[in-house]
Design a protein. Structure first.
Length: 178
């Protein structure tokens, strides 16, 4: 292996399980053409082993350590402990996600889905509150316009009635004179 290539193990702590962190990490690893894996550990941390160019691994670490990334807004990385690995220790040729027992993974997947549905619900409610404030002002302004139009219509109707009566009176005078 050349000197610019390295292999490292990262242990990540924080809100990193049940929030889609493994998928987020694997996507970044694959995008940077790293090899390795990401897996949940029983103590609530996540283990990542990766190999690749030092520059790519540095960029990888920077991306996976972001707090509340837009692609995974429930993620809260608190700490990353890094240790170098011996060259050739990582067997993977691409970046993969490792999964545990099926029932545990299904349970965690459902919990992750519920967490994101709750986030969506919260954001939607907040959006509607902002829309309500914004569009309430528009609604009030439109209501004022409608009131003004109705007022002008009443004035117009009143003038039309007077005009009709005047025309009727004039027609009556003309009929009497003829």
């Amino acid at each position: 292996m050349s000197e610019s290539l390295q292999e490292v193990e990262l242990i990540v702590s924080g809100e990193v399980q049940g929030v889609g962190y493994r998928q987020y990490v694997a996507k970044i690893g694959r995008k940077l053409k790293l090899a390795g894996f990401v897996e949940n550990l029983n103590d609530g941390t996540v283990r990542i082993q990766c190999k690749g160019d030092k520059k790519d691994i540095s960029g990888f670490k920077k991306q996976i350590s972001r707090k509340k990334p837009s692609e995974a807004p429930l993620v809260r990385v608190e700490d990353i402990n890094e240790k170098p690995l011996k060259q050739g220790e990582i067997e993977q040729t691409y970046f993969e996600e490792k999964y545990g027992e099926l029932s545990a993974e299904m349970s965690q997947g459902n919990a992750t889905g519920m967490n994101y549905l709750n986030l969506f619900r919260k954001n939607t409610i907040n959006s509607f509150k902002r829309m309500d404030k914004k569009y309430d002002r528009i609604s009030q302004a439109m209501y004022a316009v409608v009131e003004e139009i109705e007022k002008r219509n009443k004035t117009f109707e009143s003038r039309m009635e007077k005009t009709e009566k005047s025309i009727e009176s004039l027609l009556k005078i003309l009929v009497e004179k003829s």
